[in-house]
Design a protein around this ligand. Structure first.
Ligand SMILES: *Cc1c(COP(=O)(O)O)cnc(C)c1O
Ligand code: SF4
Length: 331
């Protein structure tokens, strides 16, 4: 067993993430072909794995479904037609740095560029964050944009992972948003409750329990093996704070592309008080082609899932098509 980190603060765990392939392999007793350390794909988007997530991986198993999400395999270097840097064309969709407003009624605030984990399939792995993260003093413009657009009712904290920010900074955003009467809901998209469940502190829960808003937290869990007792406790604390818990996954070849795994994920989510929301088809970003499941196979999977589970445990299969008014249903 790998040493778990119960007693450390979430900040210490976050600072202590594994940051290179060598260490990852050493900790899991693996000898694996990987991208060379000086490969641009790795330089721009290095390995990053937090200890609590590592502890749920099986030692010596190169095909562990948690490991495959973070391991920079040699396959990343294969160039595949149709896989590009910015598949969602997000770099054209921000009215102001730090804000993405593509859909009616809701907008994304990109509050940070950092994540606790680097997911090798991430569609934002090449996003030009440097141009997109205003300093705190420059958030005024984006906040004014929200203040002036009364068609917005929901603000989505995204990034990066918003829960890598300290409570004080998150609290500042929530406070600012609470002044705009038209904003009814805040939503966080985050992998932190899974990656570092210690992040779900009492003080965070107090912040999120703000009666001014309905609060939604969307976990990004891809596999039932990502859950353990500590993750359950984190989810329970969030539920008790009145936060509505949803999950979105990405359909990933070799990781969760079987009806049994997806059914087990839905069941596991529900036992933690989380409802399945979306199952995303992969965004076609450079370096991620080996994770792709084609739409036809995905539809077959969904049919099997529907034949197994109650309706409320079946996520919606979607893909994101640039220029559309919402995610596009794939079946
Ligand atoms: C996915 C996304 C949303 C949220 O869409 P929902 O269907 O409400 O979950 C909002 N804005 C942007 C830019 C998105 O990519
Ligand atoms: S946590 Fe989300 S934003 Fe961060 S690397 Fe993973 S998929 Fe990308």
């Amino acid at each position: 067993m790998i040493q778990t980190t119960n007693d450390s603060s979430w900040q210490e765990i976050l600072a202590g993430t594994i940051k290179n392939t060598e260490e990852l392999c050493r900790r899991l007793d693996l000898k694996q072909d990987a991208l060379p350390a000086d490969h641009p794909l790795l330089k721009n988007f290095p390995v990053r794995v937090p200890a609590p997530f590592l502890a749920r991986m099986e030692i010596g198993n190169p095909n562990d479904p948690l490991l495959l999400q973070v391991f920079p395999g040699a396959a990343e270097a294969n160039s595949t037609p149709g896989f590009i840097n910015d598949p969602l064309e997000e770099s054209n969709a921000n009215p102001h740095p730090g804000i993405l407003h593509k859909y009616k009624g809701r907008a994304l605030l990109l509050v940070t560029s950092s994540c606790a984990i680097h997911c090798r399939y991430c569609f934002r792995r090449h996003f030009p964050y440097a141009d997109n993260l205003p300093g705190r003093q420059h958030w005024r413009e984006s906040l004014d944009y929200i203040a002036n657009d009364t068609s917005l009712s929901e603000i989505i904290f995204s990034g990066g992972d918003p829960l890598t920010l300290p409570d004080a900074y998150l609290g500042w955003f929530i406070e600012e948003l609470s002044r705009f009467d038209h904003i009814k809901r805040i939503r966080l998209h985050t992998r932190l409750p899974i990656m570092i469940p210690q992040r779900i502190t009492e003080s965070l829960c107090e912040l999120l329990a703000n009666p001014r808003f309905q609060t939604i937290l969307v976990l990004h869990s891809n596999h039932p093996g990502e859950f353990d007792v500590e993750v359950d406790e984190a989810c329970q604390k969030l539920s008790q704070a009145g936060v509505c818990l949803l999950n979105q996954s990405v359909l990933l070849k070799g990781i969760n592309d079987s009806p049994a795994t997806l059914a087990a994920l839905s069941e596991r989510l529900f036992s933690a008080g989380v409802l399945p929301y979306y199952l995303h088809l992969l965004d076609r970003v450079i370096g991620a082609a080996h994770f792709e499941v084609n739409e036809k196979d995905a539809s077959v999977l969904m049919k099997k899932l529907q034949a197994t589970l109650p309706g409320y445990l079946v996520p919606k299969l979607v893909r994101e098509i640039p220029g559309e008014a919402a995610k596009t249903l794939a079946v």
